[in-house]
Design a binder for this molecule. Structure first.
Ligand code: ARG
Length: 584
């Protein structure tokens, strides 16, 4: 067997279990293996025998016996026991665990093999709208998307991070008309700020509601912009540039960069063609002047969509194209570049849009793997969606939120009396504050809403960013104190005997499985859960087992475990976009 593959323990065991079923019972069946929830039942539980009982006409426990026997013969397995109605509980062999950990220590990828098939993936994330402040929803997309890009890249995929900004559409006609009505000249346009732009847009869209002449004006300005009028184009470029300045500040603070910044405007020339194709292929039809896809009218439409009455509108009565049209053009373009997979990190409230979009893309014959990575809403302390504007109208900008996180981190570091020299305090507070905001987001199951609470964020205990950075720094300090060269540790065998050593070793062994699962299912919280478990096991281990004071093989083994803890914490945090701090 491929040596690298065996680092994915769960997969390795799954393969062994399938082979054992085949060998013992002569059938090919899934092993249904999962980690046990209770360590008293061993490390993994295999449920694959039970469904076979009916098929083979025998009692499940009777079938499980010979399967367990074959598994027990493998060097990875110390014990394979039939339990309950017919599961098999597997306990890993200590010597095998030790051998696997030695191999991870020797591996520059910390024992994590690449994915089997390399894909070209576009991750569409952050994607705020031009002429508006970025809001918390976009912050969430930015943090999640960035982590996902890095996890997928670490799996060996070719990943393109695309900031698909909303920089096109009817709002730009309103903005231009609004600016002109306001007596705006070129000088005014040149000095615009983002809050001013937001104000102009608000007024213009309210005015268009009741002032038909103004609304017509806005439509004319939009048409001019779309047909390339130089003056309107210059204004639009100004709007983009003004917004970009603010966005770049936030991205710089978050340490996030993009490979592409192809906004919706990039796809504008393709929009008429998209609608023509849909009409020609009979996928869309005209309805009261608009062009729509009606899923109920398709042969073999996805049942869930066929039942929905909401059509997918690709052109409005007035000829305007929509978000949907632009997203179809985007898929077309990405497909032409040989992209295999498109991942959209966007609020769950857009789930229906993506379901419809993906169905239409499939109908058009695109084979690209398309995934909507949705996420829930960020709530305030009151349990209501976190407002970017409070009752008094004061705007809570993302910048002020990050400022607050950094200030609180600094105060907390001082209060805890941590080992941070005054000269490094600002930098450490930055890493801790920003890291806390990111970690708080990533540790959640992304689909659930979560409450944003500064008090819980900047804590040095529990499943929070600062605690993880602190744990990583502590490992570094052990090596400094013992004057041990961490990189030079290359044991060929480890003696693990203490329960605390073995408990930590077992947790460390799961790293490769966890990283792949987090990347494959776009659930970074699987990784934070693992890191937290590693940090906790490490604490118990460190209390029970002296490291620097131990001697000989015992010391070597403990240093090796400590080094692996540091490497997993640092690697994990860095993949999540969280900076490690050297001393804390
Ligand atoms: N700009 C959109 C919004 O703020 C998000 C765009 C997401 N990406 C996409 N390809 N639809 O809601």
């Amino acid at each position: 067997m491929n040596r690298a593959l065996t680092m994915r323990i769960e997969r390795t065991l799954d393969g062994l279990a399938v082979a054992a079923i085949q060998d013992a019972l002569g059938v090919q069946a899934p092993a249904l293996l999962r980690p046990t929830t209770d360590a008293r039942h061993g490390d993994y539980q295999m449920n694959g025998v039970m469904p076979l009982a009916k098929q083979l006409g025998r009692a499940p426990r009777e079938l499980a016996g010979p399967v367990a026997e074959r598994l027990a013969a493998h060097p990875a397995i110390a014990k394979a026991e039939v339990a309950g109605p017919g599961f098999v509980n597997l306990t890993l062999a200590d010597a095998w665990i030790a051998e696997r950990l030695c191999a991870s220590l020797a591996d520059p990828r910390d024992g994590v093999p690449e994915a089997d098939a390399r894909q070209r993936i576009v991750v569409d994330y952050s994607s705020p709208n031009i002429a508006k402040q970025m809001h918390v929803g976009h912050l969430r997309s930015t943090i999640l998307g960035h982590a996902l890009v890095q996890l997928l890249r670490f799996q060996g995929h070719e990943v393109i991070g695309d900031n698909h900004v909303g920089d096109w559409g009817t709002q730009y006609g309103l903005l231009i008309a609004g600016l002109r009505a306001d007596g705006g000249d070129d000088a005014r346009a040149a000095a615009l700020t983002l809050p001013e732009l937001e104000g102009i847009y608000k007024q213009a869209s309210a005015r268009a509601e009741h002032d038909e002449a103004f609304a017509a004006d806005a439509r004319r300005e939009l048409a001019k912009l779309q047909s390339g009028d130089a003056a309107n184009r210059a204004l639009w470029e100004r709007f983009v540039a003004v917004t970009r300045i603010e966005l770049d500040k936030v991205y710089a603070r978050l340490g996030v960069t993009f490979d592409w910044w192809k906004g919706e405007s990039f796809y504008d020339p393709m929009l008429p063609g998209v609608v023509d194709t849909l009409l020609a292929r009979g996928i869309a039809r005209e309805d009261q002047g608009a062009v729509c896809v009606f899923f109920g009218e398709w042969d073999g439409a996805p049942p869930k969509l066929a039942k929905q009455t909401t059509p997918f509108i690709v052109r409005k009565k007035d000829g305007a194209f929509l978000y949907s049209t632009s997203d179809l053009a985007t898929i077309e373009h990405r497909a032409s570049l040989g992209i295999d997979r498109g991942v959209y990190v966007v609020d769950s409230r857009q789930a229906q849009h993506f379901e419809q979009l993906f169905a239409v893309a499939a109908k058009l014959g695109h084979r690209m793997q398309l995934e909507h990575v949705g996420f829930g809403t960020v709530l305030g302390k009151d349990g209501k969606p976190l407002k970017t504007r409070d009752a008094s109208g004061k705007v809570l900008t993302l910048a002020s939120l990050l400022d607050e996180a950094e200030a609180r981190a600094e105060a907390e570091i001082r209060r805890e009396g941590l080992d941070v020299p005054e000269s490094e305090l600002t930098e450490v507070a930055r890493a801790v504050g920003i890291g806390a905001v990111k970690y708080a987001d990533l540790r959640q199951n992304r689909l659930s809403d979560y409450q944003f609470d500064f008090d819980k964020l900047i804590e040095f205990k529990g499943n929070a960013g600062p605690y993880m950075q602190y744990a990583a720094a502590r490992v570094g300090s052990i090596f400094r104190k013992g004057e041990v060269d961490e990189a030079g540790l290359a044991p060929t065998a480890l003696t693990l005997t203490e329960p605390a050593e073995l408990a930590l070793a077992r947790q460390l062994l799961r790293f490769a499985d966890v990283l792949h699962a987090a990347a494959d299912t776009a659930q970074p919280h699987l990784l934070t859960d693992h890191l937290y478990a590693v940090a906790r096991e490490f604490s118990s281990f460190y209390e029970a087992c002296p490291v620097l004071k131990a001697e000989g093989d015992v010391r070597q083994a403990r240093l090796a475990l400590t080094a692996l803890v540091g490497r997993q914490l640092r690697r994990g945090l860095s993949l999540l976009g969280i900076d490690a701090v050297e001393r804390m």
